[in-house]
Write a protein that binds this ligand. Structure first.
Ligand code: PPS
Length: 298
């Protein structure tokens, strides 16, 4: 394992976005059948040529499924004890770079991933399965896919769109249905993929950490596991400047905090019965695979 030497984030303060000159929101366009924005397609050849390693761990999700939560669990499991200084100085989005992102005047996610000095490298992606750089499959890298039920994902994404000016209208990364199903199908043929659910994490985070450890071949001590479980609670991550995204300039937490509610079933506060009925009808049409089941309450 190598020492983690990345410099601390340059955006280490709460930013008042009302005082800032902000660029317009990017436009959504069709990219090989998936709605995308230039911030995630601009570097496409370079992303597609990313050189994954056999010990890389890719954390893949449709947005708002619990990416940050699982990223932080893995970061603590691997580096919590070895590099405690990392926890205090480097925001989670730099420890676990977002592979396909390239925003102006910031290092691209691909460059950050290339420069990661850790082993394993933890890398985040929201790409649908068909867009994942082929080297991950060739190297048989381990992949953790986190899925969250459609209604809570929609509500969480809605609030995220309000607070993050790099989000287009309505949402990037295409259809939730294609994403969760595409990755589910991949799991049937690629055995190094651990498919997990946000609702299960809410129900019993300790059990899900045990499952992750078993997939990753890790055996933390009871004390270490307790430390991880405690560090990744919603309240602790919300209070932690290294995990709450408060240092990201394009996000306005006064509109809606990144660590917003962290619940299963918040959709009930947003969907009217009149909206829920056609949603359920459409859901039945699109979710034909009976083996992939989501819970909308726990
Ligand atoms: S992103 O922008 O796609 O990377 O967002 P992502 O991290 O996938 O999802 C953000 C939502 O996950 C919730 N979250 C948590 N819930 C419970 N416990 C913990 N520890 C936790 N960490 C993050 C976060 O609050 C967002 O969900 P909502 O429903 O908006 O609160």
């Amino acid at each position: 394992m190598q020492h983690y030497s990345m410099t601390p984030s340059t955006f280490d303060q709460d930013l008042d976005m009302s005082q800032m000159e902000l660029p317009p929101r990017p436009t959504l366009f069709d990219f090989h059948g998936v709605s995308m924005i230039k911030h995630v397609t601009e570097n496409w050849d370079s992303i597609q040529n990313f050189k994954a390693r056999p010990d890389d761990i890719l954390i893949a999700t449709y947005p708002k499924a619990g990416t940050t939560w699982v990223s932080y669990i893995l970061d603590l499991l691997y580096f919590g004890q070895t590099f405690p200084e990392r926890q205090a100085s480097i925001p989670i989005h730099e420890r676990v770079p977002f592979l396909e992102i390239s925003a102006p005047s910031r290092p691209s996610g691909k460059d950050l991933a290339d420069q990661l000095p850790t082993t394993p490298r933890l890398i985040k992606t929201h790409l649908p399965v068909q867009f994942v750089p082929k080297s991950f499959w060739e190297q048989n890298s381990r992949i953790i896919y986190v899925a969250r039920n459609a209604k809570d994902s929609a509500v969480s994404y809605f609030h995220f769109n309000r607070m993050n000016i790099t989000q287009p209208e309505p949402v990037v990364f295409g259809s939730w249905y294609d994403h969760v199903n595409g990755w589910w199908e991949k799991k049937q043929t690629y055995s190094n993929l651990h498919y997990m659910f946000y609702e299960d994490l809410i129900e019993d985070c300790g059990r899900e950490i045990d499952r992750l450890c078993s997939f990753l071949g890790l055996s933390p001590s009871a004390e270490e596991k307790e430390r991880v479980t405690n560090g990744v609670t919603f309240d602790n991550m919300k209070a932690n400047k290294m995990t709450n995204y408060s240092s990201v300039p394009v996000m306005n937490h006064r509109v809606s905090p990144f660590m917003r509610k962290g619940k299963v079933g918040d959709w009930k506060n947003h969907f009217t019965v009149a909206q829920d009925e056609p949603f359920e009808e459409d859901y039945k049409q699109k979710m034909k695979n009976p083996t992939l089941k989501f819970r909308t309450e726990v």
